[in-house]
Design a protein around this ligand. Sequence first.
Ligand code: S3P
Length: 432
Amino acid sequence: MKRFFAPSGPLRGTLRAPGDKSLSHRAALLGAMSADPVRVTGYLDAADTRSSLNAVRACGALVEEGGEPGSLTIRGPGLRNAIPADIDVGNAGTLMRLLPAWLAGQPGGAWTFDGDESIRRRPVDRVAAPLRAMGARIDAREDRFAPFTVHGGPLRGTEYELPVASAQVKSCVLLAGLLAEGTTTVVEPEPSRDHTERLLARAGVQISRAGGRISVTCQDELELGALHVPGDPSSAAFHIAAAVLVRGSRIVIADMNANWTRTGFIRIAERMGAVVIGDLEPVRMGEIPTEEPVCELDVAAGPLVGTVVEAGEVPLAIDELPLVALLGCFAEGETVVRGAAELRVKETDRIATVVDGLRGLGADIEATPDGFVVRGDGGLRGGTIASHGDHRLAMLGAVAGLASREGVEVDGMEAADVSYPGFERDLATLTA
Ligand code: S3P
């Protein structure tokens, strides 16, 4: 599906971004692992998070939808009663990396995972390695890709040092730790999103964090209670970027997740000159909170200057780095992102697709092995960009169009449905 996004006048208005995708996946999984029913509000209704609901259904959970949009009740089979099944993860990398953890610890069962063409190119050895170290048996195509089968068995606690700061891998090890004998510890090189830790703390799990070491112990059951999923900062980031780029804009993002491990992009945009007012959670290491903080964000455009994003900041803005490249096109001077080789194993190789895509719109941008360098020259001409089936690339193209001189045609706009089905409608309310 092709869509044209014309240069826009100022964006104005208030918007609630759709439910947080990371939290919605975790709500589905932990809901299914809980003994008691878990009522969820604000759940993201998108292709990726529907895959998670279908996956937990296949494993024996009852999911009651209906009533208010985003409201559902999950009645799990509980921590140790998943039913053997074939799991279709669709396009959802988070589901593919987290769900095996729960299943690996259940003796007697086998679960086969598969997904779409993009998911078959994304590595699962990063979770298979720690799970195997805990005693799991996983058979994967070429030892590292879907389709793969998880054979449940007894697990033992381990200490696992993450080779890259990945919240998915960290979460996988922690969830497996709930079913493993003894204590399981993950050591992260840099902080990454900590939703799993917060939810586990909320569910009554003994979990501790100190100096990059996070430990959990074996559990009998989880008691999660009711959960509200606030708006997704990664989805809001597209509207924020549009408001930052189109002069005269002023928008408010309501009910947004303000968790500091998710708001790296907002801090980067502020550093570049964006005017953002909001109660973002301050950086907080150490004790794990049981809540996700929520904020209202007031955003206005401002003249931008280039910036450097180093490795430590990358996990806190990983999904928004394509937008940093876009802001860089409009900034004075150079914008550099380093230490972000992980972008190469996202829904697409996002270093290649973002660099090629923005260059096609007139950007002066170069790929490096672990990031990119953009030389801002006051804007973007416009043209055509292909989404390559990547939701974030499709939305990047739309925002680029609004801020460009000639407009942008996005080829493959339907990809946005993976995380944000109402994206075009929401953007239209701000540009009307
Ligand atoms: C996610 C973690 C990130 C992110 C992905 C969602 C999560 O991946 O890119 O969109 O929900 O844990 P990595 O943990 O692999 O960096």
